[in-house]
Design a protein around this ligand. Structure first.
Ligand SMILES: C=C(O[C@H]1C=CC=C(C(=O)O)[C@@H]1O)C(=O)O
Ligand SMILES: [Mg+2]
Length: 462
């Protein structure tokens, strides 16, 4: 039996680097092998018996899915979270021994997957006690599905004198059991309690925000709210993921467990995708429901494209993302007009933005410059965040913040964690927000947030 040391690197940079180096006798060893078909969802489900935190990520194009089990390393950061995380990440890659003949495949080898709080300056409540300000896992075991090829990665600490080749074979013997996966046992979940949290207060806050904006101090503020659910049984996360996969096309499906709580969602909003130095971001703001007939759907879409309020709401996002990308990219390009982005329950105004990341910058720099975009904060950023911090009742936690992955080959992708919920055993909180402008109507904005909760509500038995 190999004496494999699993360590957790938490807290500040120094502690993390010291911890990697302190025990000179070990080093992080990562090995990736191609395997026969094992869907990440099957593996996610089968890994429940390990009792370790898991993550799941499927991109919107359905070309890449990853699931991770356990955390050989957890990179946690409080202050200056982007810089801290990146510094520890780079240190880990410097020290790691990586055996990956498939390094041309994204999200294989050493991958860090994680997320962060929307606003670290807002006091945290009990709701998000299991989640850190910023938290990334380098998983003990990971399965990557890329264009119908499957890869299995193990990241472990080994003694330096051990020969990785021997280790590799022994590990695969040990971990074959890892591929044990149960077939989906359909469970019938029922909502036994549904509680809108302070809906009247929320509408009043929307009204207050419009008053502030009429005085021209702020131009846009996104306000979010919470729906609390209780079920007849513990929520089966793999079942929820499967239903999200089946119902929410055009969206990233994600789950991140921490201490047994699970943050899960189906978000249409890409923050940034980086392949080598080719960068893609997304402006998504402006919302309308889907029509009941094709005719009605076309009419609603046409009205959305020509609606003054929604176009203004969208334009704030386009301008900010362009300015943010110009700080780290060249060749920043975007179409002049938004297009419709259809989803199951609603449709948005959508403007893709591309750029070429300049040397010396990383995906962490881009995320730092982008978050929060005016699709989740407002315009101007600091003034809208100050209003949200002071007036919004909701503890957003990781809702509305970047969630995603980076690998050791300059690939990575982050989405904005909306259309999401926090699952806590037999209870859940769902979150939804909307862009408020000076002429917003509180009832219409409430209705918009109700529609945005449907993707999660529908897969939770609502
Ligand atoms: C803040 C959310 O949606 C954002 C993304 C798309 C459209 C939006 C809107 O029209 O208000 C929001 O900016 C949410 O879904 O919780
Ligand atoms: Mg809106």
């Amino acid at each position: 039996m190999i004496d494999i040391k699993m360590k957790k690197l938490e807290g500040q940079i120094d502690a993390a680097i010291k911890s990697i180096r302190s025990d000179e006798s070990v080093k992080l060893f990562s090995i990736t092998k191609r395997i026969n078909k094992k869907t990440p969802l099957q593996v996610f489900e089968g890994a429940k018996r390990f009792g370790k935190d898991r993550f799941y990520w499927m991109n919107a194009e359905r070309t890449l899915t990853i699931t991770g089990v356990g955390a050989t390393i957890t990179i946690e950061a409080e202050k200056d979270r982007y810089h801290q995380t990146e510094t520890v990440w780079k240190q880990i890659l410097n020290e790691a021994w990586i055996e990956n003949e498939y390094s041309s495949i994204p999200a294989t080898g050493v991958v860090a997957f994680g997320g962060m709080e929307f606003d670290p300056l807002k006091p945290k409540t009990e709701l998000w006690k299991k989640f850190k300000t910023s938290q990334f896992y380098i998983p003990e075991m990971m399965v990557t599905e890329f264009m119908s090829d499957y890869f299995f990665t193990i990241n472990i600490f080994i003694h330096k004198e051990d020969c990785p080749a021997d280790i590799a074979d022994k590990i695969y013997e040990q971990e074959k059991a890892f591929f044990f996966s149960e077939s989906f046992t359909p469970e019938h979940i029922e909502i036994i309690q549904k509680e809108e949290i302070e809906p009247i207060k929320w509408k009043q806050t929307v009204d207050d925000a419009t008053e502030v904006m009429k005085k021209k101090k702020v131009e846009k503020i996104v306000l979010a709210r919470e729906l609390r659910l209780r079920f007849n049984q513990e929520v089966n996360i793999p079942q929820v993921l499967k239903k999200l996969n089946d119902t929410q096309s055009n969206s990233y499906i994600f789950a991140f467990e921490s201490g047994g709580d699970c943050f899960i969602g189906a978000t249409p909003e890409r923050l940034v995708k980086l392949e080598k130095n080719n960068l893609l971001s997304t402006c998504l703001a402006g919302t309308a429901p889907r029509g009941k007939t094709e005719e009605e759907d076309k009419q609603i879409g046409y009205e959305l494209l020509h609606d003054k309020k929604n176009r203004e709401e969208h334009e704030f996002v386009v301008k900010m993302i362009k300015d943010a990308l110009l700080k780290t990219c060249t060749d920043v390009e975007m179409p002049k007009e938004p297009v419709l982005h259809p989803l199951k329950n609603l449709q948005h105004l959508y403007t893709p933005v591309t750029g070429v990341l300049s040397k010396g910058f990383s995906i962490f720099d881009v995320v730092k410059n982008l978050h929060p975009t005016p699709a989740l904060g407002g315009t101007p950023t600091e003034e809208s965040l100050a209003f949200i911090r002071e007036h919004e009742l909701l503890d957003r936690g990781w809702y509305g913040a970047p969630i995603g992955w980076v690998d050791s080959n300059d690939n990575g992708e982050f989405a904005v964690a909306i259309r999401s919920g926090l699952i806590q055993g037999d209870s859940a909180s769902l979150f939804a927000g909307c862009g408020v402008l000076a002429d917003s109507d509180p009832e219409m904005e409430f209705e918009e947030t109700r529609i945005k909760m449907l993707p999660m509500l529908n897969v939770l038995g609502g």
